[in-house]
Every structure is written in structure tokens, then in C-alpha cells.
Design a protein around this ligand. Sequence first.
Ligand SMILES: Nc1ncnc2c1ncn2[C@@H]1O[C@H](COP(=O)(O)OP(=O)(O)OP(=O)(O)O)[C@@H](O)[C@H]1O
Length: 328
Amino acid sequence: MTVLDVNDVVVDYKVSGRPVVHAVAGVSLQVGAGEIVGLVGESGCGKSSLGRAIVGLEKLARGSVTLDGHEVTPLGRGARPVADRGLQMIFQDPYSSLNPRRRIWRQIADGLPADASGARSAGRRRAAVNELLDAVGLAASAGDRFPHEFSGGQRQRIAIARALAAQPAVIVADEPVSALDASTRAQVSNLIVQIARDRGMGVLFISHDLSGVRHMADRVAVMYLGRIVETSPTESLWSEPLHPYSDALVKAIPQLGLTATTPVAPRGEVPDPSSPPAGCRFHPRCPLAFERCLTDDPALVTVEGSREAACWLQPAGGPARELALLEA
Ligand SMILES: Nc1ncnc2c1ncn2[C@@H]1O[C@H](COP(=O)(O)OP(=O)(O)OP(=O)(O)O)[C@@H](O)[C@H]1O
């Protein structure tokens, strides 16, 4: 069941004296209850801008965001704080979003909904906070401490507890584990998966680390220069990427056990989003580009039921199949 429905969202940045940056150029995306959707792509593709727009931290130039059937980001209202309790965001650096001078339990308690009588007693609020601390693997005593007393991984657990306090339907997590060391990264990723499953909560997990996403996401949306170019179930993306850009990202990951395979980064750089290439935005970097790609912009279309791709080679055969044909 779809819980978050992002429809044709556009985010522009206007800086005086400079051309407008079209960071998100018409993105539609859905997240189901209890579903973890990875949003991947190179730096500068617009992932953070999209995530921030979804929770209301960036102004939408066009489009809508619907949560549980209710529009939460009306067009033209402008940027506003994360106002809808049903949508919470976790950031890469939890320290910057925690108040250094307030005890942890109070910061988590701020997110608790008021109960039927309008306010919760201090004792009940503290008990609710203790439950949340327990849910993220921290002792109740952590609530009496201050942010600087915790490691990066523990702070991210606190940020998750604080987001959970509002009982969100969806969490947008923007690179939540990128700043952590490898073992902590796995633990915090696993925690997010477990919480999403236990609570039926949707997660949009933004990451430039495709291999990390592979172990936790049900589905992956690949973003390139402000657009979604492919959405696929995670394993399908791995075994048979439909879009040449997804193909390049998968090939850029060192394959365990295949020491002979040299990872190949997508060639070239992400173009300037203030003047994207004509036709398919990926064509200047695409090894499979042909005439039509230079002039016509491919829409994201359904391929094979649960998969979508924006490529003129689809639905009649993507990069993986192309390769198979060449090798045959
Ligand atoms: N506040 C801003 N003002 C102007 N341009 C911005 C602003 N924020 C982002 N941009 C530009 O918008 C484009 C998309 O940036 P965004 O941070 O959303 O991408 P990203 O995929 O999340 O990259 P990263 O992983 O590096 O954060 C980039 O060209 C970036 O320079």
C-alpha cells in the first residue's frame, strides 16, 4: 500500500546573478508502508534536494507530496519546517541537529504527540522516551546525558528515536550512515530496517553508496541530474540494470570474490543542472547513446510490471541485455 506519493516534484534554486539551478526536475516516486526505498546517484544529482522537498524543507516549484492520501506540501506555500508529524527526516550529521545544551530525553520528548488531555505528564513522557531509547538499542540512562557524551553511531540512534517519537508514517533518511565507521554503519542500517519492518513505516534511504543500499532496500530509485532514471526491486537492479546509468553505478562497485573485475566509474562528470543536456540528460556520458538520445527526452515508463526506466533502449532491451547480445 502506497503511503508516500511524490508527484512531479520540481525544486529550483535561484541565486541572484546566477542561472537557476534545476536540482529536481519533475520527480514522481512512491514508498509503501514498511517499504525501504533506496535513492541513489552520484553527488549533485539532486537526492538531498528531493528529500528536503518531501519533508517541506525546500520550496516546490511544481508538484505535490501526498502522505496517506493527504497532500502535505501544497503548491505555492513555500518552504516550511518539517510540519507534518507523519514525515520525519534524519540527517547525515546527527550532532548538528541535536541541541548540545539539552538533555537527550527532553529532545526526544519534544517529538511526542500530546495525548487526549492535551499534554502528557512528565512521568508518562519519560516512560515513552525510555521505550524509544530501548527501541534504538540505548539504555534509559542515556536520556539524562548530553549529545557530546555519545559516539557518532549512538547520536544517530538518538536522532532515530527522536524521529520515531512523532510516530511517522515515513522517514526520509539522508545519508544517515555515511559519516559512521563500517561496523557502526551496518548496525545502524540494520536498526533502520528492523524499525521499518516492526512499525510498518516507509523509509526513503538516500545514499551515494549503492552497495550499502543493496543490503537493506526493497527497491531502488536511481537519480541522475534531477530525474529518476530507473526504479527496480533491489536484486533486479543488480542482476540486470535497465538504464545505462544504473549499469555504470553497479559496475563501479568492487565485486566481492571477483578480484579480476576492476570497478569502472561512470565516465565523465554530472553536468551543470542549470543547463542540462538536450535530449536524454545522460546521453553525453552514455556508452549506448544513439541519434534519438541527442534530441528526445525519454520519459520514465513501466518495464516488466514492477520496474521503470527512462531510456530509449527500453522496453526493448537495456544495457545488460545489450551486453548479452554482444557476447552471444
Ligand atoms: N541551497 C542551494 N543553492 C543553490 N544550489 C544548490 C543548493 N543546494 C543544492 N544545490 C545544487 O543543486 C544540485 C543538487 O544538489 P543536491 O545536494 O540535492 O544533490 P545530491 O545528489 O544530494 O548530492 P550530495 O550527495 O553531494 O549532497 C547541485 O548542483 C547543488 O550544487
